[in-house]
Design a protein around this ligand. Structure first.
Ligand SMILES: NC(=O)c1ccc[n+]([C@@H]2O[C@H](COP(=O)([O-])OP(=O)(O)OC[C@H]3O[C@@H](n4cnc5c(N)ncnc54)[C@H](O)[C@@H]3O)[C@@H](O)[C@H]2O)c1
Length: 371
């Protein structure tokens, strides 16, 4: 199969959809891999690394797209990329269509087959191609929050591990899913006093068992949130309610109960955020202060650590890329009930129900297309 890897063009996107390691796997199976000049640079991969893996480097972006059957990307296609798509293309990337009406329409009009990373499932009920980026964001949350606690950043001047004779700082994580657990692990590793709040008893049981009391678990209630704002030096927002807007769990009025210079890290900002005073920020200016509380609300946290993020993401995508290349999209999806929900748009039709419902469109069952 002819596979193309364009350079990402979304602002501040440094990741790449295929590493030289992945290119070697594909070329070793007889596939043709064409990588746009400089596509891997932001993640630390040079054109020569891809050439050593058997790929060709294509400086001409028109030729890259025109000659491809399978296109591998990271971010949703930008308007100039949508314009390049044809019915002959299979696109495999993050799409997040339910929030993007014009992108959905553009992909339908292109006639292409569009498979989204984020709607692929696994046997444990998880989202295996979202999890690596949640892991990155969770781990980064505490790193960013610890930096924000420094005086020069407007923080309270607390060092999370404390020092001998001085108690450690206190970190509360709201939402103990993939992001929350990874944030808590990092905070624990730094020596902070760590508490996780969650609404799911089953999840709290898993965390309690895994960390044997080293991370405190608390059922998430209004009382628990009141206690958290009064005591925590850092609160990480990591709540997700699938298919619903994130609830505003900490209101502006509650900030008055927090210690001045405490830090709110709202990782859930990409879904609207779980603090009333959160608004999306960028890596160029990641924090702002409201009522003396430092807010860190970067919507694409993994972008700052593009090398690790690329490696984590491509480890997770590679088995699916190999299946697409070896079998073609129809058989690859038909053979794998967890891969099948990845199909979002095919030949002008929406094939993922939640996306169709979001825009009042007809939805076609993907199983009826691949059989
Ligand atoms: N900013 C970024 O760069 C970035 C990167 C990755 C993920 N995220 C976001 O982080 C958020 C969390 O993602 P995840 O992968 O950890 O999700 P997840 O589904 O693994 O975990 C969410 C957890 O929130 C819990 N929860 C729901 N309502 C709650 C409440 N009222 N109080 C406490 N806990 C509650 C759930 O029980 C679940 O355990 C999502 O909004 C995701 O989009 C952001």
């Amino acid at each position: 199969m002819k596979i193309a890897v364009p350079k990402e063009i979304k602002n501040h996107e440094y990741r790449v959809a295929l590493t030289p390691t992945g290119a070697r796997e594909l070329t070793g199976r007889g596939h043709t891999v064409s990588v746009q000049t400089g596509a891997g640079e932001g993640a630390g991969f040079q054109d020569g690394d891809y050439q050593l893996a058997g790929a060709t480097i294509e400086p001409n972006v028109d030729a890259l797209w025109q000659n491809a059957e399978l296109i591998l990307k990271v971010k949703e296609p930008q308007p100039e990329e949508v314009a390049r798509l044809t019915p002959e293309h299979t696109l495999f990337t993050y799409l997040h269509l339910a929030a993007e009406k014009s992108l959905t329409q553009g992909l339908m009009e292109s006639g292409a087959t569009c498979i989204a990373y984020e709607t692929i499932t696994d046997a444990k009920g998880g989202l295996p191609l979202l999890a690596p980026m949640s892991t990155v964001a969770g781990r980064m949350a505490v790193q960013a929050g610890a930096h924000s606690l420094e005086k020069a950043q407007g923080g309270s001047g607390v060092l999370l591990p404390g020092v001998p004779g001085v108690a450690p700082g206190s970190v509360t994580v709201i939402g103990g899913g993939v992001v929350g657990e990874n944030a808590a692990r990092m905070a624990l590793g730094l020596g902070a006093d760590v508490t996780i709040l969650d609404k799911s008893i089953a999840r709290l049981e898993v965390l309690d068992d895994r960390y044997q009391g080293r991370i405190k678990t608390v059922y998430s209630t209004a009382d628990a949130l009141d206690h958290a704002v009064r005591t925590a030096d850092m609160i990480v927002g990591a709540v997700l309610i699938p298919g619903a807007a994130t609830p505003k769990l900490i209101t502006r009025a509650m900030l008055a109960d927090m210690k001045q210079g405490s830090v709110l890290v709202d990782v859930a900002i990409d879904q609207g955020g779980c603090f009333e005073t959160s608004k999306p920020t960028t890596h160029a200016e990641p924090t702002y202060i409201v009522d003396g509380i430092v807010h860190y609300c970067v919507a694409n946290m993994p972008g700052a650590v593009a090398r690790t993020s690329t490696l984590g993401l491509t480890n997770a995508t590679l088995p699916f890329v190999l299946a697409l290349a070896d079998k073609g999209w129809q058989k690859a999806l038909a053979d794998d009930a967890h891969f099948l929900p990845g199909l979002n748009v095919h030949s002008g039709k929406v094939t993922y129900r939640a996306v169709a419902e979001a825009f009042g469109l007809e939805s076609v069952d993907p199983a009826s297309i691949v059989k």
